[in-house]
Design a binder for this molecule. Structure first.
Ligand SMILES: NC(=O)c1ccc[n+]([C@@H]2O[C@H](COP(=O)([O-])OP(=O)(O)OC[C@H]3O[C@@H](n4cnc5c(N)ncnc54)[C@H](OP(=O)(O)O)[C@@H]3O)[C@@H](O)[C@H]2O)c1
Length: 293
């Protein structure tokens, strides 16, 4: 029902047309840029999109890992191009945009999946302003610069879709994640407004508010070792749904419930979050300063 309210076309495709299995995916024939495609969710998404006939543009810093993913996609019969880029470097992002537009004319779909998570309490962060700066650099400014670079061509061709891989933390507002969740919330909000401005040009945005996914990103946090988590492939299936159906948001039931409770009983939620966060202290990595998850 929510899908019907968000995008009637998506509802029709899912409930009526989507039942016809032989129909091609909406990503078939599309140029789809996926950032952070050298591992985890981005790699799984790139493979899934290429399997359905999309041309994937893979972006990340590690050239060897990008080549591995690109070779695997090509060997399986797909089409992939690898672009080495540090998305926190404004000049590198501008050069990436120029190169891609010269080769492909436009990017039809963009998945802003690159990211960095930091789980560290404020108590350990008083002298760590750089944590807040580096999460904004990779989780917000990089994706925004990329969107600004690619949007004119999307609007010009009157088609485009942007998927942001954010987090259910945007709704839950979990303690110890001030830097990470604030940077993802900035992208979530930017896109909600950009979607309104670009709506008339048939350019749309989805904020995918993911729960825990078992990737390299969460390895530093011991508390997550036994926590329920999706596989990268399960997360990629959600990204694919976001690309095919173009909903405004994809959320978990827990995330949506927390969002409502944060609105109707914010002080109660503060008390609950405060009490429960004591049971999951800062990880040794967060205390020691090495690659916190
Ligand atoms: N895992 C979870 O539980 C979870 C939950 C919710 C949301 N997410 C989000 O999902 C996305 C993917 O994360 P993941 O879990 O798949 O972890 P991951 O395997 O560590 O992937 C992170 C990706 O971001 C890329 N990246 C990092 N810094 C970059 C930079 N400066 N320039 C370009 N690329 C950069 C990395 O590639 P290089 O190192 O090669 O540059 C890597 O491909 C992230 O945005 C994350 O915040 C994850």
């Amino acid at each position: 029902m929510t899908d019907l309210l968000q995008t009637p076309r998506a509802w029709l495709r899912r409930h009526v047309v989507g039942r016809v299995r032989s129909l091609p995916s909406p990503v078939a024939g599309k140029v789809v840029m996926i950032t952070g495609a050298s591992s985890g969710i981005g790699e799984a998404t790139a493979r899934a999109v290429a399997e359905r006939g999309g041309t994937v543009l893979l972006v990340a810093r590690r050239a060897d890992e990008l080549a591995r993913v690109s070779d695997a996609i090509t060997a399986a019969g797909g089409t992939a191009y690898a672009y080495v880029c540090d998305l926190t470097d404004p000049d590198a992002v501008d050069a990436l945009v120029a190169e891609v537009l010269a080769s492909h004319r436009a990017v039809d779909m963009l998945v802003n999946n690159d990211g960095r998570s930091i789980r560290r309490s404020l108590e350990l962060s008083y002298d760590r302003m750089h944590d807040f700066e580096r999460t904004m650099a990779i989780n917000y400014f990089g994706p925004v610069r990329l969107i600004l670079g690619l949007l004119p061509a999307m609007r010009g061709q009157r088609f485009g879709h942007v998927v942001n891989i954010v987090t259910w933390g945007v709704q839950i507002k979990a303690p110890r994640f001030t830097a990470y969740i604030a940077s993802k919330t900035a992208l979530d909000t930017f896109s909600r407004i950009a979607g309104r401005e670009a709506y008339a040009d048939n350019v749309t945005f989805t904020n995918l508010r993911l729960s825990l996914v078992r990737t390299d990103m969460i390895t530093a946090t011991e508390a997550y070792d036994r926590a329920p988590a999706k596989s990268p492939e399960q997360a990629a299936a959600l990204v694919l749904r976001a690309l095919e159906d173009r909903p405004l948001t994809i959320s978990t039931a827990v995330g949506s419930l927390a969002e409502v409770l944060n609105l109707v009983a914010p002080r109660l939620m503060d008390a609950v979050a405060s009490a429960s966060s004591g049971r999951f202290p800062d990880s040794p990595a967060a205390r020691g300063g090495s690659k916190p998850g």
